[in-house]
Design a protein around this ligand. Structure first.
Ligand SMILES: Cc1cc2nc3c(=O)[nH]c(=O)nc-3n(C[C@H](O)[C@H](O)[C@H](O)COP(=O)(O)OP(=O)(O)OC[C@H]3O[C@@H](n4cnc5c(N)ncnc54)[C@H](O)[C@@H]3O)c2cc1C
Length: 399
Protein backbone atom coordinates (compact mmCIF):
# COMPACT_ATOMS: atom_id res chain seq x y z
CA UNK A 1 0.00 0.00 0.00
CA UNK A 2 1.29 3.44 -0.96
CA UNK A 3 1.65 6.06 1.78
CA UNK A 4 0.76 8.92 -0.59
CA UNK A 5 -2.68 10.44 0.04
CA UNK A 6 -5.24 9.24 -2.44
CA UNK A 7 -6.32 11.95 -4.91
CA UNK A 8 -10.01 12.15 -5.82
CA UNK A 9 -11.39 14.35 -8.62
CA UNK A 10 -15.12 15.03 -8.33
CA UNK A 11 -17.24 16.31 -11.22
CA UNK A 12 -20.04 18.47 -9.79
CA UNK A 13 -20.36 20.59 -6.65
CA UNK A 14 -24.00 19.82 -5.91
CA UNK A 15 -25.07 18.62 -2.47
CA UNK A 16 -23.69 15.13 -3.21
CA UNK A 17 -20.32 16.22 -4.60
CA UNK A 18 -19.70 18.63 -1.71
CA UNK A 19 -20.71 16.12 0.99
CA UNK A 20 -18.39 13.55 -0.59
CA UNK A 21 -15.53 16.06 -0.76
CA UNK A 22 -15.84 16.88 2.96
CA UNK A 23 -16.02 13.21 4.00
CA UNK A 24 -13.04 12.32 1.77
CA UNK A 25 -10.95 15.15 3.20
CA UNK A 26 -11.84 14.00 6.71
CA UNK A 27 -10.20 10.70 5.77
CA UNK A 28 -7.03 12.33 4.52
CA UNK A 29 -7.75 12.27 0.78
CA UNK A 30 -6.68 15.08 -1.51
CA UNK A 31 -9.79 16.37 -3.27
CA UNK A 32 -10.46 18.53 -6.31
CA UNK A 33 -14.04 19.45 -7.22
CA UNK A 34 -14.86 20.77 -10.70
CA UNK A 35 -18.14 22.65 -11.14
CA UNK A 36 -19.52 24.10 -14.35
CA UNK A 37 -21.44 26.91 -12.64
CA UNK A 38 -19.40 30.09 -12.20
CA UNK A 39 -20.99 30.69 -8.80
CA UNK A 40 -22.31 28.31 -6.17
CA UNK A 41 -25.56 28.69 -4.31
CA UNK A 42 -28.54 26.52 -5.17
CA UNK A 43 -31.75 27.88 -6.67
CA UNK A 44 -34.36 29.38 -4.38
CA UNK A 45 -35.98 26.24 -3.11
CA UNK A 46 -36.13 24.14 0.01
CA UNK A 47 -34.94 20.65 0.78
CA UNK A 48 -36.11 18.21 3.44
CA UNK A 49 -33.31 16.54 5.35
CA UNK A 50 -34.45 13.30 6.95
CA UNK A 51 -32.68 11.67 9.93
CA UNK A 52 -30.55 9.37 7.74
CA UNK A 53 -29.08 12.45 6.01
CA UNK A 54 -28.80 14.46 9.22
CA UNK A 55 -26.68 11.70 10.81
CA UNK A 56 -24.17 12.13 7.98
CA UNK A 57 -24.33 15.95 8.16
CA UNK A 58 -23.55 15.60 11.86
CA UNK A 59 -20.57 13.32 11.21
CA UNK A 60 -19.09 15.70 8.63
CA UNK A 61 -19.58 18.74 10.85
CA UNK A 62 -22.33 20.44 8.82
CA UNK A 63 -25.32 19.98 11.12
CA UNK A 64 -24.30 22.79 13.52
CA UNK A 65 -23.92 25.16 10.57
CA UNK A 66 -27.55 24.74 9.44
CA UNK A 67 -29.27 24.44 12.82
CA UNK A 68 -30.09 28.15 13.13
CA UNK A 69 -31.55 28.49 9.65
CA UNK A 70 -33.30 25.12 9.48
CA UNK A 71 -36.87 24.51 10.68
CA UNK A 72 -37.92 21.37 12.48
CA UNK A 73 -41.54 20.50 11.66
CA UNK A 74 -43.89 19.26 14.36
CA UNK A 75 -45.34 16.52 12.18
CA UNK A 76 -46.03 15.07 8.75
CA UNK A 77 -49.58 16.11 7.97
CA UNK A 78 -51.60 14.70 5.09
CA UNK A 79 -54.62 16.71 3.90
CA UNK A 80 -57.44 16.21 1.47
CA UNK A 81 -56.92 18.37 -1.63
CA UNK A 82 -60.40 19.89 -1.55
CA UNK A 83 -61.77 19.88 1.99
CA UNK A 84 -58.41 20.27 3.76
CA UNK A 85 -59.44 17.47 6.15
CA UNK A 86 -56.46 15.96 8.00
CA UNK A 87 -55.87 12.44 6.67
CA UNK A 88 -52.85 11.59 8.81
CA UNK A 89 -50.63 13.20 11.40
CA UNK A 90 -47.27 11.65 12.29
CA UNK A 91 -45.28 13.41 15.02
CA UNK A 92 -41.74 14.46 14.07
CA UNK A 93 -40.40 16.94 16.62
CA UNK A 94 -39.48 15.11 19.78
CA UNK A 95 -40.18 11.72 18.20
CA UNK A 96 -37.67 11.37 15.36
CA UNK A 97 -34.54 11.95 17.45
CA UNK A 98 -35.71 9.15 19.75
CA UNK A 99 -36.91 6.81 16.98
CA UNK A 100 -34.19 7.34 14.36
CA UNK A 101 -31.26 8.99 16.14
CA UNK A 102 -31.55 12.44 14.51
CA UNK A 103 -34.11 15.14 13.75
CA UNK A 104 -35.87 16.05 10.50
CA UNK A 105 -35.00 19.47 9.07
CA UNK A 106 -36.33 21.79 6.41
CA UNK A 107 -33.58 23.91 4.93
CA UNK A 108 -33.26 26.45 2.14
CA UNK A 109 -30.98 24.87 -0.46
CA UNK A 110 -28.70 27.91 -0.52
CA UNK A 111 -28.24 27.60 3.26
CA UNK A 112 -27.32 23.92 2.99
CA UNK A 113 -25.01 24.61 0.06
CA UNK A 114 -23.29 27.47 1.90
CA UNK A 115 -22.80 25.30 4.99
CA UNK A 116 -21.23 22.53 2.89
CA UNK A 117 -18.90 25.02 1.19
CA UNK A 118 -17.94 26.60 4.52
CA UNK A 119 -17.10 23.18 5.91
CA UNK A 120 -15.15 22.12 2.84
CA UNK A 121 -12.66 24.89 3.51
CA UNK A 122 -9.42 24.85 1.61
CA UNK A 123 -10.15 21.97 -0.76
CA UNK A 124 -9.59 22.71 -4.38
CA UNK A 125 -12.96 23.89 -5.71
CA UNK A 126 -12.79 24.95 -9.35
CA UNK A 127 -15.81 26.92 -10.47
CA UNK A 128 -16.89 27.77 -13.99
CA UNK A 129 -15.13 24.73 -15.46
CA UNK A 130 -17.04 22.08 -17.32
CA UNK A 131 -16.08 18.44 -17.45
CA UNK A 132 -16.15 17.29 -21.07
CA UNK A 133 -15.18 13.65 -20.55
CA UNK A 134 -12.93 11.19 -18.79
CA UNK A 135 -9.82 9.21 -19.63
CA UNK A 136 -8.70 6.09 -17.83
CA UNK A 137 -6.43 3.11 -17.88
CA UNK A 138 -5.63 0.49 -15.26
CA UNK A 139 -3.52 2.77 -13.04
CA UNK A 140 -4.82 6.29 -13.65
CA UNK A 141 -7.99 8.18 -14.42
CA UNK A 142 -8.50 11.78 -15.49
CA UNK A 143 -11.18 14.39 -15.90
CA UNK A 144 -10.94 16.20 -19.22
CA UNK A 145 -12.19 19.76 -18.98
CA UNK A 146 -13.66 21.84 -21.76
CA UNK A 147 -10.75 23.97 -22.86
CA UNK A 148 -8.41 21.01 -22.85
CA UNK A 149 -7.05 20.80 -19.31
CA UNK A 150 -6.71 17.29 -17.87
CA UNK A 151 -6.91 16.57 -14.13
CA UNK A 152 -5.31 13.27 -13.23
CA UNK A 153 -6.42 11.48 -10.06
CA UNK A 154 -6.51 8.08 -8.39
CA UNK A 155 -10.31 8.12 -8.38
CA UNK A 156 -12.84 9.99 -10.52
CA UNK A 157 -16.32 10.59 -9.09
CA UNK A 158 -19.25 11.62 -11.26
CA UNK A 159 -21.43 13.75 -8.98
CA UNK A 160 -22.67 15.71 -11.96
CA UNK A 161 -26.39 15.15 -11.68
CA UNK A 162 -29.10 13.54 -13.79
CA UNK A 163 -27.45 14.42 -17.13
CA UNK A 164 -24.06 13.20 -15.91
CA UNK A 165 -21.21 13.40 -18.40
CA UNK A 166 -19.20 10.91 -16.36
CA UNK A 167 -22.05 8.39 -16.41
CA UNK A 168 -22.43 8.79 -20.17
CA UNK A 169 -18.70 8.16 -20.57
CA UNK A 170 -18.77 4.90 -18.66
CA UNK A 171 -22.26 3.53 -19.33
CA UNK A 172 -23.30 5.14 -22.64
CA UNK A 173 -25.84 7.75 -23.64
CA UNK A 174 -29.16 6.54 -22.27
CA UNK A 175 -31.71 9.31 -21.84
CA UNK A 176 -33.56 9.79 -18.54
CA UNK A 177 -37.26 8.83 -18.45
CA UNK A 178 -40.00 11.49 -18.32
CA UNK A 179 -42.18 10.37 -15.42
CA UNK A 180 -45.38 12.09 -16.56
CA UNK A 181 -45.15 14.68 -13.75
CA UNK A 182 -44.45 18.36 -13.88
CA UNK A 183 -43.68 20.39 -10.86
CA UNK A 184 -43.91 24.01 -9.72
CA UNK A 185 -41.68 25.29 -7.00
CA UNK A 186 -41.91 28.60 -5.19
CA UNK A 187 -41.34 30.54 -1.97
CA UNK A 188 -43.78 32.69 -0.04
CA UNK A 189 -42.69 35.27 2.57
CA UNK A 190 -44.50 34.46 5.81
CA UNK A 191 -45.29 38.17 6.29
CA UNK A 192 -47.44 38.06 3.15
CA UNK A 193 -49.74 35.38 4.61
CA UNK A 194 -52.47 35.66 7.25
CA UNK A 195 -51.07 34.89 10.72
CA UNK A 196 -50.83 31.15 11.37
CA UNK A 197 -51.94 30.38 7.80
CA UNK A 198 -49.38 27.60 7.35
CA UNK A 199 -48.86 25.02 10.08
CA UNK A 200 -45.34 24.14 11.27
CA UNK A 201 -45.40 20.80 9.50
CA UNK A 202 -44.32 18.94 6.46
CA UNK A 203 -47.75 19.28 4.87
CA UNK A 204 -48.84 17.13 1.97
CA UNK A 205 -52.10 17.89 0.13
CA UNK A 206 -53.20 14.78 -1.73
CA UNK A 207 -55.45 15.16 -4.76
CA UNK A 208 -56.37 13.55 -8.04
CA UNK A 209 -53.40 13.62 -10.47
CA UNK A 210 -51.20 15.60 -8.11
CA UNK A 211 -50.02 16.62 -4.67
CA UNK A 212 -48.56 19.69 -3.00
CA UNK A 213 -45.96 19.75 -0.24
CA UNK A 214 -45.13 22.85 1.78
CA UNK A 215 -42.96 23.67 4.76
CA UNK A 216 -41.05 26.51 6.41
CA UNK A 217 -37.43 27.41 5.64
CA UNK A 218 -35.09 30.31 6.53
CA UNK A 219 -35.71 29.98 10.25
CA UNK A 220 -39.48 30.30 9.65
CA UNK A 221 -39.37 33.44 7.47
CA UNK A 222 -40.39 31.73 4.21
CA UNK A 223 -42.72 28.94 3.15
CA UNK A 224 -41.43 26.67 0.41
CA UNK A 225 -43.86 24.75 -1.77
CA UNK A 226 -43.55 22.00 -4.36
CA UNK A 227 -46.65 21.37 -6.45
CA UNK A 228 -46.63 18.23 -8.60
CA UNK A 229 -49.15 17.52 -11.36
CA UNK A 230 -49.47 14.66 -13.83
CA UNK A 231 -49.34 15.61 -17.50
CA UNK A 232 -47.65 14.62 -20.70
CA UNK A 233 -47.73 18.03 -22.26
CA UNK A 234 -44.42 19.61 -21.34
CA UNK A 235 -41.14 17.83 -20.84
CA UNK A 236 -38.28 20.25 -20.27
CA UNK A 237 -36.09 19.17 -17.33
CA UNK A 238 -34.62 22.31 -15.82
CA UNK A 239 -34.46 24.04 -12.47
CA UNK A 240 -35.09 27.44 -13.85
CA UNK A 241 -37.90 27.61 -16.39
CA UNK A 242 -39.92 30.59 -15.15
CA UNK A 243 -43.63 30.06 -14.84
CA UNK A 244 -46.37 32.29 -13.46
CA UNK A 245 -48.54 32.16 -10.37
CA UNK A 246 -51.53 32.43 -12.76
CA UNK A 247 -50.53 29.23 -14.54
CA UNK A 248 -50.11 27.51 -11.18
CA UNK A 249 -53.50 28.72 -9.93
CA UNK A 250 -55.15 27.60 -13.16
CA UNK A 251 -53.70 24.09 -12.80
CA UNK A 252 -54.89 23.77 -9.20
CA UNK A 253 -58.30 25.39 -9.72
CA UNK A 254 -60.80 23.73 -7.38
CA UNK A 255 -58.20 22.77 -4.76
CA UNK A 256 -58.55 24.04 -1.21
CA UNK A 257 -58.66 27.83 -0.87
CA UNK A 258 -56.06 27.81 1.93
CA UNK A 259 -53.57 26.31 -0.49
CA UNK A 260 -54.49 28.69 -3.31
CA UNK A 261 -53.98 31.65 -0.95
CA UNK A 262 -50.48 30.36 -0.24
CA UNK A 263 -49.77 30.05 -3.98
CA UNK A 264 -51.12 33.47 -4.80
CA UNK A 265 -48.60 35.08 -2.44
CA UNK A 266 -45.57 33.47 -4.09
CA UNK A 267 -42.93 35.95 -5.15
CA UNK A 268 -42.35 33.94 -8.33
CA UNK A 269 -42.37 30.31 -9.32
CA UNK A 270 -40.51 27.95 -11.58
CA UNK A 271 -41.61 24.77 -13.24
CA UNK A 272 -39.91 21.76 -14.68
CA UNK A 273 -40.63 18.24 -15.77
CA UNK A 274 -39.65 15.39 -13.46
CA UNK A 275 -37.37 12.71 -14.84
CA UNK A 276 -35.85 9.60 -13.30
CA UNK A 277 -33.99 6.51 -14.44
CA UNK A 278 -34.17 2.80 -13.71
CA UNK A 279 -31.69 1.56 -11.09
CA UNK A 280 -28.25 0.58 -12.38
CA UNK A 281 -26.60 -2.70 -11.41
CA UNK A 282 -23.11 -1.13 -11.51
CA UNK A 283 -21.88 2.37 -10.78
CA UNK A 284 -18.13 1.91 -11.19
CA UNK A 285 -15.69 1.02 -13.89
CA UNK A 286 -12.10 0.70 -12.74
CA UNK A 287 -11.20 3.92 -10.96
CA UNK A 288 -14.32 5.82 -11.97
CA UNK A 289 -17.58 5.81 -10.03
CA UNK A 290 -20.82 7.75 -9.58
CA UNK A 291 -22.89 9.18 -6.77
CA UNK A 292 -26.16 11.02 -6.21
CA UNK A 293 -28.41 11.84 -9.16
CA UNK A 294 -25.69 10.79 -11.58
CA UNK A 295 -26.11 7.25 -10.25
CA UNK A 296 -29.78 7.09 -9.21
CA UNK A 297 -31.99 10.04 -10.19
CA UNK A 298 -35.38 9.55 -8.58
CA UNK A 299 -38.74 11.20 -8.20
CA UNK A 300 -38.84 13.53 -5.18
CA UNK A 301 -41.87 11.72 -3.68
CA UNK A 302 -39.93 10.30 -0.72
CA UNK A 303 -37.76 13.47 -0.43
CA UNK A 304 -34.63 11.32 -0.61
CA UNK A 305 -32.55 12.32 -3.67
CA UNK A 306 -30.22 14.66 -1.82
CA UNK A 307 -30.29 12.44 1.28
CA UNK A 308 -29.11 9.45 -0.79
CA UNK A 309 -26.40 11.61 -2.41
CA UNK A 310 -25.17 12.63 1.06
CA UNK A 311 -25.12 9.01 2.24
CA UNK A 312 -23.32 7.97 -0.98
CA UNK A 313 -20.62 10.57 -0.37
CA UNK A 314 -20.00 9.37 3.16
CA UNK A 315 -19.94 5.69 2.26
CA UNK A 316 -17.65 6.35 -0.69
CA UNK A 317 -15.21 8.03 1.70
CA UNK A 318 -15.45 5.04 4.07
CA UNK A 319 -14.70 2.65 1.21
CA UNK A 320 -11.71 4.42 -0.33
CA UNK A 321 -10.42 6.45 2.61
CA UNK A 322 -8.56 3.48 4.05
CA UNK A 323 -7.01 2.39 0.76
CA UNK A 324 -3.62 3.71 -0.30
CA UNK A 325 -3.02 5.41 -3.64
CA UNK A 326 -1.78 2.17 -5.19
CA UNK A 327 -3.67 -1.07 -5.69
CA UNK A 328 -7.08 -1.85 -4.21
CA UNK A 329 -8.97 1.18 -5.47
CA UNK A 330 -11.14 -0.64 -8.03
CA UNK A 331 -12.03 -3.24 -5.37
CA UNK A 332 -12.92 -0.49 -2.89
CA UNK A 333 -15.23 1.10 -5.46
CA UNK A 334 -16.94 -2.24 -6.03
CA UNK A 335 -17.42 -2.55 -2.25
CA UNK A 336 -18.91 0.97 -2.22
CA UNK A 337 -21.44 0.26 -4.96
CA UNK A 338 -22.38 -3.10 -3.39
CA UNK A 339 -23.12 -1.27 -0.17
CA UNK A 340 -25.16 1.44 -1.86
CA UNK A 341 -27.02 -0.01 -4.86
CA UNK A 342 -29.59 -2.18 -3.02
CA UNK A 343 -30.62 0.72 -0.81
CA UNK A 344 -30.75 3.46 -3.45
CA UNK A 345 -32.55 1.17 -5.92
CA UNK A 346 -35.22 0.44 -3.34
CA UNK A 347 -35.67 4.16 -2.69
CA UNK A 348 -35.80 4.96 -6.46
CA UNK A 349 -38.55 2.40 -7.02
CA UNK A 350 -40.30 3.31 -3.76
CA UNK A 351 -40.49 6.96 -4.87
CA UNK A 352 -42.22 5.90 -8.10
CA UNK A 353 -44.69 3.75 -6.20
CA UNK A 354 -45.53 6.55 -3.79
CA UNK A 355 -46.63 8.72 -6.72
CA UNK A 356 -49.37 6.22 -7.48
CA UNK A 357 -50.70 6.30 -3.89
CA UNK A 358 -50.58 10.08 -3.74
CA UNK A 359 -52.23 10.85 -7.09
CA UNK A 360 -55.22 8.48 -7.08
CA UNK A 361 -57.90 9.66 -9.51
CA UNK A 362 -60.83 7.58 -8.32
CA UNK A 363 -62.68 9.00 -5.28
CA UNK A 364 -63.30 5.42 -4.10
CA UNK A 365 -59.62 4.51 -4.24
CA UNK A 366 -58.80 7.72 -2.35
CA UNK A 367 -61.41 6.91 0.29
CA UNK A 368 -59.99 3.41 0.76
CA UNK A 369 -56.47 4.82 1.02
CA UNK A 370 -57.58 7.47 3.54
CA UNK A 371 -59.27 4.86 5.74
CA UNK A 372 -55.96 2.97 5.69
CA UNK A 373 -54.15 6.15 6.82
CA UNK A 374 -56.63 6.62 9.66
CA UNK A 375 -56.32 3.04 10.86
CA UNK A 376 -52.56 3.24 10.76
CA UNK A 377 -52.48 6.57 12.64
CA UNK A 378 -54.72 4.97 15.25
CA UNK A 379 -52.77 1.69 15.61
CA UNK A 380 -49.19 3.00 15.29
CA UNK A 381 -49.26 6.82 15.55
CA UNK A 382 -45.47 7.15 15.28
CA UNK A 383 -45.03 5.16 12.08
CA UNK A 384 -45.02 7.09 8.80
CA UNK A 385 -47.73 6.48 6.21
CA UNK A 386 -45.05 6.22 3.52
CA UNK A 387 -43.35 3.38 5.46
CA UNK A 388 -40.05 5.21 5.69
CA UNK A 389 -38.73 3.68 8.92
CA UNK A 390 -36.12 1.64 7.02
CA UNK A 391 -34.97 4.82 5.26
CA UNK A 392 -34.79 7.09 8.30
CA UNK A 393 -33.34 4.47 10.68
CA UNK A 394 -30.30 3.84 8.45
CA UNK A 395 -27.01 5.15 9.80
CA UNK A 396 -24.23 5.37 7.21
CA UNK A 397 -21.89 6.67 9.93
CA UNK A 398 -22.24 3.57 12.11
CA UNK A 399 -19.95 1.47 9.92
C1 LIG B 1 -38.98 19.15 -6.74
C2 LIG B 1 -37.87 18.43 -6.06
C3 LIG B 1 -37.85 18.38 -4.69
C4 LIG B 1 -36.84 17.66 -4.03
N1 LIG B 1 -36.86 17.60 -2.67
C5 LIG B 1 -35.92 16.85 -2.05
C6 LIG B 1 -35.94 16.75 -0.63
O1 LIG B 1 -36.78 17.34 0.03
N2 LIG B 1 -34.99 15.99 -0.03
C7 LIG B 1 -34.03 15.32 -0.75
O2 LIG B 1 -33.19 14.64 -0.16
N3 LIG B 1 -33.98 15.42 -2.10
C8 LIG B 1 -34.90 16.18 -2.76
N4 LIG B 1 -34.86 16.29 -4.11
C9 LIG B 1 -33.78 15.62 -4.86
C10 LIG B 1 -32.50 16.42 -4.84
O3 LIG B 1 -32.71 17.76 -5.21
C11 LIG B 1 -31.46 15.81 -5.77
O4 LIG B 1 -31.51 14.42 -5.67
C12 LIG B 1 -30.08 16.30 -5.36
O5 LIG B 1 -29.97 17.69 -5.57
C13 LIG B 1 -29.01 15.57 -6.16
O6 LIG B 1 -27.75 16.08 -5.79
P1 LIG B 1 -26.49 15.78 -6.69
O7 LIG B 1 -25.36 16.47 -5.99
O8 LIG B 1 -26.38 14.33 -6.96
O9 LIG B 1 -26.80 16.44 -8.10
P2 LIG B 1 -27.10 17.95 -8.50
O10 LIG B 1 -27.73 18.68 -7.39
O11 LIG B 1 -27.80 17.89 -9.80
O12 LIG B 1 -25.64 18.57 -8.71
C14 LIG B 1 -24.86 18.27 -9.83
C15 LIG B 1 -23.83 19.38 -10.01
O13 LIG B 1 -22.96 19.00 -11.07
C16 LIG B 1 -22.75 20.13 -11.91
N5 LIG B 1 -22.42 19.61 -13.24
C17 LIG B 1 -23.23 18.96 -14.09
N6 LIG B 1 -22.57 18.62 -15.20
C18 LIG B 1 -21.31 19.08 -15.04
C19 LIG B 1 -20.15 19.03 -15.85
N7 LIG B 1 -20.15 18.44 -17.07
N8 LIG B 1 -19.00 19.59 -15.39
C20 LIG B 1 -18.98 20.20 -14.17
N9 LIG B 1 -20.06 20.28 -13.36
C21 LIG B 1 -21.20 19.72 -13.80
C22 LIG B 1 -24.07 20.89 -11.85
O14 LIG B 1 -23.90 22.24 -12.22
C23 LIG B 1 -24.45 20.73 -10.39
O15 LIG B 1 -23.91 21.74 -9.58
C24 LIG B 1 -35.83 17.02 -4.79
C25 LIG B 1 -35.84 17.12 -6.18
C26 LIG B 1 -36.84 17.81 -6.81
C27 LIG B 1 -36.83 17.88 -8.31
Amino acid sequence: MSSRAIKVAIAGAGIGGLAAAIALRQRGCEVVVVEQAPQLGEVGAGVQMSPNAVKVLRAIGVEPLIRDVACEPLAFTGRDWKSGRVLYHTPIKGAFERLYGAGYYHVHRADLHNALIARLGAADLRLGQRVAGIERDRDTASLKLEGGEVIEADVIVGADGIHSTVRRNIFGDEKPRFTGNICWRGMVPVDALPKGHVELASSNWLGPKGHVVHYYVKGGAMVNFVAVYETDEWTQESWSTPSTVDELLKTYAGWNQELLTTFSNAERCFKWALYDRDPLTRWSDGRVTLLGDAAHPMLPFLAQGAAMAIEDGYELACAIGGVGAGAGIAEALVAYERQRIPRTSRVQLGARARGTTMHLRSPWARMKRNVGFMLQSFRTPESTTHRAEWIYGYDATAR
